[in-house]
Each structure stands twice: as C-alpha cells, then as structure tokens.
Design a protein around this ligand. Structure first.
Ligand code: ADE
Length: 252
C-alpha cells in the first residue's frame, strides 16, 4: 500500500514512520510512504502556500493552488489514489474506516495547517475528509500519522505474529480485557488469581466479563450498541460485584 503525504512539514514523519512495526513493514515493501512538500508545488515567486482569509478574521488559510497542483501531479501515476484531507471538520475516523482504507492500494493524505485549507480543495478535489477526534491539532500531520498507523497494521503481513486483528477492540464494539505479565506481585498489587489458575474456560469467561464491565463503565455509547446474551448478563453481574470500585466508578 502506498501513502502519499502532502505536508508543509514532511520531515515530521521521518521518525514515527521509520521505527518499529511500520519501519519494518516499509523495509519489507508492504507499505511505502512518499513525503511531498506542498511548498514544492507553489509556483509563484515567493512560493506562497497561505494567505489572508476573504471576509476578514484571524490567521491564515492555505491556498488551493499548491495543494491541487500536487494532487493532480500524483493522480497522473498508478495506482489511482483515494484523496483524503485531514481536518477537524471531517468524518470521525474509526476502526471501520481504517478497515475500508486498508483495501485501497494508494492514499493521498493532505495535511492542512494554519486556520484551515481553502474550502474549494475539500469540496472539489478530495474524495474524503477525516478527523481523528473532537479536538484541534496544530495541523493534519499527526492525524495523518494516526491514519497511516491504524491502516498499515491491518495490511496482511504487517503485524509479525499474525494474530488476527479480528478479535480486537471495535470489531465487536467492546473494549479489551485487562492484560497482566510477570511479576505476579508488583509493589503489593497482585495479578487476579483466576489468571494463574490454568482453567482456560474460566479465564475466558472472566475476560469476557471484564471486557463487558469496562465497556459499560467507560464507553456507555459502545455498550448501548451491544446485544447481550444471557451468559453475558451473568458475567457482567459477576464482574461488577468483583470489580466495583476498582475500575472507573460506574455511578459517575
Ligand atoms: N487537523 C487539526 N485537527 C485535526 C483533527 N482533530 N483531525 C484531523 N485533522 C486535524
């Protein structure tokens, strides 16, 4: 999969994309990130990439010409890319969108800066606008990195221990159960006894109960979308008795 990233600060991407799992995926040719400086597509004398907003107001707006020149230049080559603008005004990015993007052979990610990007770019020259959350970043770069990371790990072969990504959070709208490793006791805090018991069925049920109680307390919005089996109801009852007060308070 190819990611073409359009940014005024392409050097921001070097380290996050070069390390660890993504770095290895790149070495192995499973993903490729191509960094493009938007300024290189600004063909006026001063290579201007931003200007004052029509109608007045604070801050600067990114000009349409350099971005659209860059998109059109990249669009001339195969495979045909999907063009995505990162903006707080976009559709809220989630695991479902990550899965659908992982099936696309090539993405162009446009990172805005300043007060925003001329609206005509969003309206006429992109296929999709994405936000990574209801907060405002100083630019789309970190958001683009989030998208590259979440999408890349879904590409077959990128995660070494190809433990299927089907079971994880947000496939079913359920948070994951808590994980523990050695030592069994750390600063007086013990690992839950059941995990040391070797009873695989009991451990599986306990984990399901933990996932359910976590989701109910921390993400009532996700919990509301679930259909519980009678066994889930029972596991939830047990888990809420056992964990009352240890997780975020349910009454809050
Ligand atoms: N640019 C600034 N804030 C953003 C956000 N939350 N998501 C995507 N792009 C952004």
């Amino acid at each position: 999969m190819i990611f073409d990233i359009l940014s005024l600060f392409p050097q921001m991407f070097a380290s996050p994309l070069g390390e660890s799992i993504l770095g290895k995926a790149m070495e192995r040719g499973l993903i490729e990130t191509r960094l493009h400086n938007i300024r290189d597509f600004a063909f006026d004398k001063h290579q201007m990439t931003d200007d004052r907003p029509f109608g007045g107001g604070e801050g600067m707006v990114m000009k349409p010409e350099p971005i659209v020149e860059a998109v059109e230049f990249l669009r001339k080559t195969r495979p045909t890319p999907l063009v995505v603008l990162l903006t707080p005004q976009g559709r809220l990015f989630n695991q479902r969108i990550a899965r659908s993007l992982a099936r696309v052979p090539r993405l162009i990610l446009i990172c805005g800066r300043y007060e925003g990007v001329d609206e005509r770019v969003a309206e006429h020259f992109t296929d999709e606008q994405l936000s990574i959350g209801d907060y405002v970043l100083t630019g789309g770069e970190l958001a683009a990195m989030v998208v590259v990371d979440a999408v890349s790990r879904l590409i077959p072969g990128v995660l070494g221990n190809s433990a299927s990504t089907d079971e994880e959070s947000f496939t079913e709208p359920l948070l994951e159960y808590p994980q523990y490793t050695r030592p069994q006791e750390f600063r007086g805090y013990r690992v839950p006894e059941i995990l040391l018991s070797g009873h695989h069925e009991a451990i599986k049920r306990w984990r399901r109960g933990q996932a359910l109680i976590r989701t109910r307390t921390r993400r009532p919005d996700l919990f509301a979308r679930m259909t519980l089996t009678p066994e889930d109801e029972e596991l939830l009852r047990q888990a809420s008795d056992e964990w009352r007060g240890r997780l975020w308070k349910e009454s809050e």
